[in-house]
Write a protein that binds this ligand. Structure first.
Ligand SMILES: NC(=O)c1ccc[n+]([C@@H]2O[C@H](COP(=O)([O-])OP(=O)(O)OC[C@H]3O[C@@H](n4cnc5c(N)ncnc54)[C@H](OP(=O)(O)O)[C@@H]3O)[C@@H](O)[C@H]2O)c1
Length: 324
């Protein structure tokens, strides 16, 4: 079968399509004939070497397709089912066949396109988890950075559905701020403009955002912190797509009365059953049309390097998928 191999870390073109033996599902595992594999920002970080991991490896933690083989001790009803799944070891998805634990497999709800199911089940579970970790309440203002991104675009929709108001989407450039508005943000600000924290303050009646969810870090993360409401603002940091984590100055936090948390750490520490329920909630919302992922593009396996380059160059709106 064809797979994308990473034999050394570096630029996107270290990813090469190669022939590899088909994996065999072990006890409690299934084999999925992959029709779609999600491309995550985390895949870019791993491939670039920003996060060390053993080499070689086949990237890809989320896939969609049909279950074509079962390992021992798996419910036979899964055979032939159309599913989305996270892969064993969070790797192996950029391939024609991938192995997943049966416990990490979700049947695709009737009427939901596979592209949409792949784009929402894992990213949506993360978004549901982030909002619940931040205890976002109806009527609270929420600022989301990378608001047109794979997770950000779902956060905007879910925050809005939870009654947050205003939901402010922040993103780089007019196309992405327009997308944030289309996704349901009450206001969208372009953080290519230096005065963007001021714009957030304006959009929140001068108070600043009660809740901030930041995936970018670096300068934008620091500015997002500036845009938080004094005397109680909660800032959730869940990524550093800029390449550096947000620097924190505890004196400023103490003086302004801000709380900073790591909502992803809370989300991933939840019992497996609750994380599964979050994914099921996201899939059900998508099937009901309440959560509509944006699909930036579906590319062939051979264009995995191009997809990574596109994501790193900040050209994507919504989810990028590979079609092996
Ligand atoms: N399981 C998971 O999915 C998981 C787990 C752990 C962490 N995360 C984190 O969740 C965050 C979002 O991931 P995602 O896959 O949904 O990515 P994404 O938001 O679709 O893409 C990353 C976005 O970050 C923004 N960005 C700002 N500065 C950037 C820079 N210098 N280089 C590249 N991008 C930059 C870009 O949006 P603008 O152009 O609008 O700035 C870009 O579109 C990431 O921080 C990721 O590490 C996800």
């Amino acid at each position: 079968m064809r797979v994308v191999q990473v034999r050394r870390t570096g630029a996107p073109d270290v990813m090469r399509v190669e022939e590899a033996a088909e994996p065999r599902p072990g006890p409690g595992e299934v084999l999925v004939a992959v029709e779609r594999a999600g491309v995550l920002y985390g895949d870019v970080l791993l491939r670039s070497g920003a996060y060390p991991r053993p080499l070689p490896y086949v990237p890809g933690l989320e896939v969609g397709g049909r279950v074509v083989a079962l390992g021992p001790r798996v419910d036979p009803a899964l055979l032939g089912t159309r599913v989305v799944a996270t892969t064993v070891g969070s790797a192996g998805g950029y391939a024609e066949r991938a192995v997943a634990r049966a416990a990490d497999v979700y049947p695709v709800p009737a009427g939901l396109a596979l592209d949409h199911a792949v784009a929402v089940f894992q990213a949506g579970a993360v978004a549901v988890g982030l909002l619940s970790a931040m205890r976002v309440a109806a009527g609270e203002s929420v600022l989301v950075t990378a608001a047109a991104g794979r997770i950000g675009s779902l956060l905007v929709q879910l925050a809005r559905a939870a009654g947050a108001e205003p939901v402010v989407g922040a993103a780089g450039g007019p196309a992405k701020t327009a997308a944030a508005r289309e996704l349901g943000a009450h206001a969208a600000v372009d953080y290519d403009r230096q005065d963007w924290p001021e714009q957030v303050r304006k959009a929140t009646g001068g108070r600043g955002a009660a809740v901030v969810l930041d995936a970018v870090g670096g300068t934008i993360g620091a500015q997002a912190l500036e845009a938080a409401a004094d005397a109680g603002g909660r800032v959730g940091i869940y990524g550093f797509t800029s390449g550096t984590w947000t620097a924190l100055d505890t004196m400023t936090l103490a003086r302004r009365g801000l709380t900073v948390t790591g909502p992803l750490g809370i989300t991933f520490a939840k019992p497996a059953a609750q994380q599964r329920a979050d994914a099921e909630q996201a899939l059900a919302a998508a099937a009901a049309g309440r959560l509509v992922p944006r699909i930036h593009a579906v590319r062939p396996l051979e264009e995995a390097a191009g997809a990574h380059a596109e994501l790193a160059a900040r050209h994507s709106v919504g989810a990028l998928l590979l079609a092996p």
